[in-house]
Design a protein around this ligand. Structure first.
Ligand code: NOJ
Ligand code: CA
Length: 543
């Protein structure tokens, strides 16, 4: 079942249009030296696994020098590797090996904010109000008689005010943790610095960037109040995220930044790309981030947010495909990432959640465009809901009680004892503990086992790469079907692949779409057709 011939990197500049990208949360993927923390050398050692899984590219979460207040999304040096993860030499060895195996590398770039330990912010703190050092960040005077109130009502995404006061009385903006001060993107030095950081990594061969908070760099002039905040409504301002326009997100001027970045990407050979983590009020506004003079992709989180129902999926798929047709870019599908509860758990957890997650994988992988997988979803990992509070590291946890640690538990690779081969033989350390139930979910426990989630992903990815019906980038054709059923067709050059998903509450007899190629649950033959169980999906082919 595994693809074992190395495929050298193709020179196709459009590779990203239909790629399968695997997100590596570096800290939790594989630990090469036994300190309980995943690292670059660990990724390097596991590249053959990823190649055999059948992914085209990896997206690596930040591995740069960082105090790790927000899992590395607080960068102190954009041009170096944190010792926790290895060295620049390890990065170079890893990317060289990845490319030799035909796997591309996308790195995260965090331009909205730096770490408070970044030399620029340290210099800003040491300098006086109004100094050039402070101008690279967003410092402002407070309100109230003595400036004792924050400059406006903006709230941090992690809870609490988005402003922190420094000893001389000024306040600085941090849309996330106080240890993540927001940069002033109207400052030319900030722009020049990040253009140089892009080149630094492009020169080291990276194939693309995932842009963190891509909608956040420009704040409305005058820093106006939102008017909706915890004080006035008792509800957090972040509830408006993706629903209304906030003065600190999705401002028109942010597009100038990407229009400046695109020629830099295009000046390198091989199709270097960028994907935006952007939140916008409507799919139409999200689509403005993509196109030939801006970014290549923007995550479609509506797909991730769809509930387990045929109607909900149909609606978000139609909207996303329509938007992408208008801008001439592929859609970008994602079911899980390091910020969201894993989809096994979102879909109901336990056996039901797993069945639905497996079916959703077949749905996503049959769609045209680019699919992003989150490490461990190919093993059917659920969210770990019962981590002891004292082990949780998400900075949002203390302020909001919400924590993203449960989707960041280290990957189980093999063996009978936790952390299940996450580290070198005999190592017992892992920065978050894996539950005992994960012994049965490890890579070794699933590899070669018919019907396992890992083998389902391997089979689906192999078909996705080789089946002529999936070769095109055209849209899909919905087929008439019972309520609760989602059925669509992809065709190219005479080959037809039909994907059917049963979100209803009874098995459905399916007939007339040809031979089943892969199914998320066993099918039973009946009356010349196939009975598709509930919470299951299947691909049929006709050539
Ligand atoms: C989005 C990242 O995915 C998340 O993990 C991080 O906390 C915020 N951006 C802030 O950088
Ligand atoms: Ca390590």
């Amino acid at each position: 079942m595994t693809v074992s011939t190395p495929s050298p990197l193709t020179s196709d500049a459009d590779w990203w249009r239909s790629a399968v990208v695997y997100q590596v949360y570096v800290r939790s993927f594989a630990d090469s030296n036994g300190d309980g923390i995943g690292d670059l050398q660990g990724i390097r050692e596991r590249l053959p696994y990823l190649r055999d899984l059948g992914v085209d590219a990896l997206w690596l979460t930040p591995f740069y020098t960082s105090p790790m207040v927000d899992g590395g999304y607080d960068v102190a040096d954009y041009r170096d590797v944190d010792p926790m993860f290895g060295t620049l030499g390890d990065f170079e060895a890893m990317i060289t090996d990845a490319h030799a195996l035909g796997v591309r590398i996308i790195v995260d770039i965090v331009p909205n904010h730096t770490s408070s330990r970044h030399p620029w912010f340290q210099a800003a703190l040491a300098a006086a109000p109004g100094s050039p050092e402070r101008a690279r960040y967003l410092f402002a005077e407070g309100n109230g008689e003595h400036g004792e109130q924050p400059p406006n009502d903006w709230e941090s995404i992690f809870g609490g005010p988005a402003w922190t006061r420094v000893p001389d009385g000024q306040w600085y903006l941090h849309l996330f943790d106080p240890a993540q001060p927001d940069l002033n993107w109207r400052h030319p030095e900030v722009r020049a610095e990040f253009e140089d950081v892009l080149r630094f990594w492009l020169d080291r061969g990276v194939d693309g960037f995932r842009i963190d908070v891509a909608h956040g760099m420009i704040k409305a002039e005058g820093l106006p109040d939102v008017g909706f905040n915890s004080m006035t409504t008792g509800r957090r301002q972040s509830e408006l995220l993706g629903k209304g326009r906030l003065p600190y997100f999705d401002q028109d001027e942010v597009h100038d930044i990407y229009r400046a970045w695109r020629p830099i990407l295009d000046s390198y050979p091989g199709g270097r790309m960028a994907v935006a983590e952007a939140w916008a009020e409507t799919p139409q506004r999200l689509a403005r981030y993509i196109g030939p003079d801006e970014l290549h992709q923007a995550f479609s989180f509506d797909f991730l947010d769809a509930t387990w129902s045929a109607d909900s999926f149909r609606k978000v798929i139609d909207t996303a495909l329509a938007e992408s047709t208008i801008v001439g870019a592929p859609t970008t599908w994602v079911l899980s990432n390091h910020d969201r509860q894993r989809h096994v758990t979102r879909y109901g957890d336990g056996e039901v959640g797993l069945r639905r997650a497996r079916a959703a994988a077949l749905l996503m992988l049959a769609l045209p465009g680019c699919a992003y997988l989150y490490q461990g979803e190919e093993l059917g990992l659920p969210e770990v809901l019962d981590l002891p509070d004292e082990l949780r590291q998400d900075p949002a946890f203390l302020r909001t009680g919400e924590s993203r640690d449960g989707c960041r538990v280290p990957i189980p690779w093999s063996g009978d004892l936790a952390p299940y081969g996450f580290g070198p033989a005999g190592s017992e350390l892992s920065w978050l503990p894996a539950p005992a139930t994960w012994r049965a979910l490890s890579v070794a426990a699933q590899a070669g086992v018919p019907g396992s989630t890992l083998e389902l992903y391997r089979a689906a990815l192999r078909i996705r790469h080789t089946h002529p019906a999936l070769a095109g980038t055209d849209g899909i054709t919905w087929l008439e079907s019972d309520p609760g059923l989602l059925a669509f067709r992809r065709d190219t050059g005479g080959a037809v692949l039909t994907c059917v998903v049963n979100t209803g509450d009874a098995p459905v007899l399916i007939d007339g779409y040809g031979q089943p190629l892969v199914a998320s649950e066993a099918l039973t033959e009946r009356d010349g057709g196939h009975l598709l169980p509930v919470d299951a999906a299947v691909w049929f082919e006709r050539r």
